[in-house]
Design a protein around this ligand. Sequence first.
Ligand SMILES: [Zn+2]
Length: 96
Amino acid sequence: MKGKLEEIISYARFANDISKYRVLYRDFDDLVECSLQEFLEQDDPPIPRHRIHLIRVKEGNRVRPVFVKHGHCPNCGQKLLDQGKTCYGCGFIIIP
Ligand SMILES: [Zn+2]
């Protein structure tokens, strides 16, 4: 059985327009943003999928998170401290 993340990636590649998708992933202590296409094309070595914190899709003028790693901010992908309601990375208020 495929996980939720794999389903989202498959959907983006085969059923939607992959160019609308952006990924934020952890690279050592940094969060790096790139397109999903670029992320998947990195193969020397490939970036492990578990490093993905956030996947966003652009729908018209709106950007919507379609994957958020557990305990991370749906706006910027930073780890939330103490499962807090406010992200210290971007100030986004998380509505439980
Ligand atoms: Zn944030």
